[in-house]
Design a protein. Sequence first.
Length: 208
Amino acid sequence: MERLLNGALEFRDTDFQAHKDLFKTLGNEQNPHTLFIGCSDSRVDPTMITNTFPGEIFVIRNIANIVPKYRISEEFLATTSAIEYAVKVLNVENIVVCGHSNCGGCNALYLPDEKLDNIPHTKKWLELAKTAKEKVLEIIPNRDDIPAREWMTEQANVLEQLKHLFSYPFVKEKFQEGKLKIYGWHYIIETGEILCYSKEKGYFELIN
């Protein structure tokens, strides 16, 4: 905790001072251009990997960068409400769904049920990614080919969550009107590379 407190002081005395004018303009409103939906993994820093400043991206993070399908509910819907706010109130121009290498959530899809029994909410949450697992097993039925399975599951999950995103009527409407662009990314932690899905080519290609 001491490290966090010292970091807060250092931010105030250095980074904040260097960007004082920017923070002054952000004091009363935000106008982000992009909604970034990423994983909660501590190794994935959305602003760092996109080289963006405060106020540029509206960030949603959860286990395995999941987008629940749109539904009307009396429950407390964190991810759904944040998507709604970003698109309908902040009028973002882009949405990025970003998966990453060595994703614990994607890897957990292949664990026996009893391994997840002590984290029931996480287990339930990951049901929203099970279609990605099923598609990968159709291509790689050999469960021992872990590196290929891991890579493909992370990418298949991004595509599955993009599909869920289009179940939001206001997202689909703005996309069809050309007012919203949507991207699927796969970030490789150990190399710093980001791959972007090309619908025309049908695969993820390196951003250059």
